[in-house]
Write a protein that binds this ligand. Structure first.
Ligand code: UDP
Length: 317
């Protein structure tokens, strides 16, 4: 297979590249290096089955050419990280919506299968736990910056499903829950690499709010296995899948687990949301995926426990 990955220099893209090269595929990545990093693909440069382009995925002729040269497309490029999203909403909305339009329009010409990466953010403030793919999405006010990300990714999902239904384009939507592992940077505010870096430096571990909010973490290796599995199965087309970890943990307990795993002397401090994020930020108190659809469809199970995940991240920062 010739695979084209947008956002291939990002954290998830680089792990997907690893997995697909190992499986014998040819991989071309495109990345503007806004949040991705050249360090993430340096390791592949010697591989003759790997190519990269540093350019914007809003470059229509280039996208057309790269999609034409591929058998399958993974569209991962997006504005990511709560911090970036709250601080740069124009960039977020334009990148996410316009980028997906361009990729889907290019793929539709020759009906190239496309995986569209979405996010658990689309469930918004829903309290219907665990989140199921057919559940309602509950967004906040348009004056609150965070929701622009959820809405922009929901539009991406609508587009992917519309292209499937109206134009017969094979598309698959994956809603990624908190995905973690080596190569994830702390720069955009993600919690686990931040805690791990702080613990290793014996600096205070900054838990936002009261730390009772929970998340379920999935190791990136398990996540990319799900992505590749979904695109190998035609029965996935036109569908939405949650992809996420099973064990729910509070940020307070996560901070303790990271500190203990790192053998760190860090103290755990609580930072009010108003100090941690720009105004207009609302945090989600829980975020729990129902992954029964993915499990039934692929026989997928996460292989890494939370302890394994934390160990892996602590060792890699
Ligand atoms: N968080 C925290 N300290 C940090 C960074 C994040 O307590 O240094 C919290 C954040 O407020 C949220 C959770 O950790 O409740 C997960 O944050 P992240 O940005 O990693 O993911 P998301 O909020 O998108 O699930």
């Amino acid at each position: 297979m010739r695979v084209f990955i947008t956002g291939g220099a990002g954290f998830i893209g680089s792990h997907l590249t690893d997995t697909l090269l190992d499986a014998g595929d040819d991989v071309v990545i495109l990345d503007d290096l806004s949040t991705g990093s050249a360090d993430n693909f340096r390791r592949f440069k010697a591989n003759p089955r790997f190519q990269y382009q540093v350019a914007s995925f809003l470059d229509v002729p280039l996208i057309n050419e790269l999609v034409d040269g591929a058998d399958i497309v993974y569209h991962l490029a997006a504005a990511v990280g709560v911090k970036l999203i709250v601080e740069s909403p124009v960039y977020t909305i334009e990148t996410n919506v316009r980028g997906t339009e361009i990729v889907l329009a290019a793929a539709a010409k020759k009906k190239k299968p496309v995986f569209v990466a979405s996010t658990s953010e689309v469930y918004g403030k829903s309290t219907d736990f665990p989140f199921r793919e057919d559940g309602d999405l509950v967004m906040g006010a348009t004056t609150k910056g965070r929701w622009s990300y959820a809405c922009s990714k929901a539009i991406d999902e609508f587009l992917a499903i519309a292209y499937y239904r109206e134009k017969g384009l094979p598309t698959v939507v994956g809603r990624l829950f908190n995905t973690v592992g080596p190569r994830q940077t702390a720069r955009y505010g993600m919690v686990l690499p931040s805690f791990a870096r702080q613990a290793k430096a014996n600096e205070p571990i900054t838990v936002y709010g009261d730390g009772k909010q929970t998340r379920c973490f999935c190791h990136v290796g398990d996540t990319v296995r799900a992505l590749a599995g979904l695109m190998r199965t035609e029965a996935s087309y036109g569908q939405v899948f949650n992809i996420g970890g099973g064990r729910e943990i509070s940020m307070r307990a996560l901070a303790e687990l990271v500190r203990d795993t790192a053998g760190s002397k860090s103290e755990i401090v609580y930072v009010p949301y108003a100090e941690a994020y720009a105004a207009g930020f609302e945090d989600m108190m829980r975020r729990v995926p129902d992954t029964s659809k993915l499990r039934a469809h692929l026989g997928w199970e996460p292989q890494k426990s939370l302890e394994d995940i934390v160990r892996d991240v602590v060792d890699s920062v």
